[in-house]
Design a protein around this ligand. Structure first.
Ligand SMILES: Cc1cc2nc3c(=O)[nH]c(=O)nc-3n(C[C@H](O)[C@H](O)[C@H](O)COP(=O)(O)OP(=O)(O)OC[C@H]3O[C@@H](n4cnc5c(N)ncnc54)[C@H](O)[C@@H]3O)c2cc1C
Length: 385
């Protein structure tokens, strides 16, 4: 069986690796001239770490990633700690695998190397998939160079502005969420600093975490104008970023000051799609379920998708039935994650008094129920394929 994969981002490469583990062959068609992750850092929840470990990437991950000991949320105006979730050994104990932070380049590099060394993945660079067909027991991919490829299935891993989506249902543009994200890597001391830190405030929030020795990832989110342009690679001005967080706590300002040049992009998401598959064509990752990054789970969902889809295709039944079963298994979970990510957009941008009340009420509820705050994430991080 040959599976054609449109897009060589984290989702497409994950699928190629997962298929190879099932003994299946794939062709990854990537529009860029090189597989080269642009961006800063990424958090990998235990639900995704478990899958990556299953693909044999555990040792390499443990070598290059950071294992934060906690995730803390503070009110930016008062400095008050709103909630602290224990990670590190507590994550391992509670959810059975580690919560990690890593540079995107390192994660993409591990996936690419695993795909290349499997001997089952062909990577075609520099061509876009511009059309897709599913008929006569085959799937077809029309490429921008005029070539047509044929295989048993075609999976659209082509991200937020998916062309492949149009082959499955009536394509619609993603929704601008009126939020702008600033992203960057700060070169600054990280000794003894192994926490994911979030500061919240009206209309904005700021996240920072170490991704390696002397390297801190930052994401600053600001509610934005209606006319912002989405581009993963657009650069912003450091002075604008500094101005957006000028009166925020010192660790925020120090991190911003240590960023060389930040990226700036408008954030989009989508309401859950009604379906992902038609015949031998399906979608995966952001092409199927783009979400706000406020639960740090977009890539994790793509990694989960890849494992579930590869197992179903590897079982050897009818391809269209496997794709339907994949959609059935994945759509409700990813829709719930999309909803939680959107809910955090409200939670992280409340005025100080309100956020103190909301987080205080949640703490009280936990005490009354005798549960730890981390229990809130059991459904998410405790997932197994
Ligand atoms: C600020 C921010 C922070 C985030 N932090 C986290 C985090 O901490 N943890 C987490 O799990 N997720 C996080 N995410 C989400 C995560 O980045 C995405 O969900 C993930 O990268 C999606 O991967 P993908 O492969 O589906 O799509 P993409 O990364 O968009 O990859 C799509 C690929 O397809 C290629 N392509 C597009 N069209 C075509 C075509 N027609 N033909 C061929 N190739 C094509 C593109 O060039 C690209 O390489 C964050 C997102 C943002 C915006």
């Amino acid at each position: 069986m040959v599976v054609m994969i449109a897009g060589g981002g984290i989702g497409g490469l994950s699928l190629a690796v997962a298929l190879a583990r099932q003994g299946l062959t794939s062709v990854v068609i990537e529009q860029a001239a090189a597989i080269d992750e642009v961006g800063a850092g990424i958090q990998i929840g235990p639900n995704a770490t478990r899958v990556l470990r299953g693909w044999g990437l555990g040792e390499a991950l443990d070598r290059v990633a950071v294992t934060p000991v906690a995730a803390e949320v503070r009110d930016a105006a008062t400095g008050r700690l709103l909630v602290a979730n224990r990670l590190g050994p507590a994550a391992q104990g509670r959810w059975g695998d580690s919560y990690l932070t890593i540079t995107r380049a390192a994660l993409q590099g591990l996936l690419l190397a695993a795909a290349q060394t499997s001997g089952r993945v062909e990577i075609r660079l520099g061509h876009s998939v511009i059309g897709a067909t599913s008929d006569g027991g085959r799937a077809g991919a029309a490429l921008s160079n005029g070539e047509t490829l044929s295989g048993e299935a075609l999976i659209g891993c082509d991200g937020l502005h998916s062309v492949m989506q149009g082959a499955v249902l009536t394509a619609s543009p993603p929704r601008f969420t009126r939020q702008t994200a600033w992203r960057g890597l700060a070169r600054m001391p990280t000794e003894g600093e192994t926490r994911v830190q979030v500061w919240t405030g009206p209309s904005r929030h700021f996240v920072r975490y170490p991704v390696g020795p002397g390297l801190v990832n930052m994401v600053g989110v600001v509610e934005a104008r209606a006319d912002e342009v989405e581009s993963w690679t657009a650069m912003g001005q450091g002075a604008d970023l500094a101005a957006a967080f000028a009166d925020w706590p010192e660790p925020v300002r120090a991190t911003i000051a240590a960023v060389d040049r930040p990226w700036r992009s408008a954030l989009h998401d989508r309401a859950p799609l009604t379906c992902w598959s038609r015949g031998r064509i399906s979608l995966l990752g952001d092409a199927a379920h783009p979400m706000l990054p406020f639960l740090a789970q977009g890539a994790a969902m793509a990694i989960e998708d890849a494992e579930v889809l590869a197992r179903l295709l590897g079982a050897g039944g009818a391809v269209d039935a496997a794709l339907a079963a994949y959609e059935h298994a994945r759509l409700p979970r990813t829709a719930k994650v999309q909803a939680w990510a959107s809910r955090n957009a409200t939670l992280f941008h409340l005025p100080p008094l309100v956020s103190t009340g909301v987080f205080g009420a949640a703490r009280l509820l936990d005490r009354v129920r005798s549960v730890e705050p981390e229990a809130r994430f059991d459904w998410l991080y405790g997932w197994t394929p």
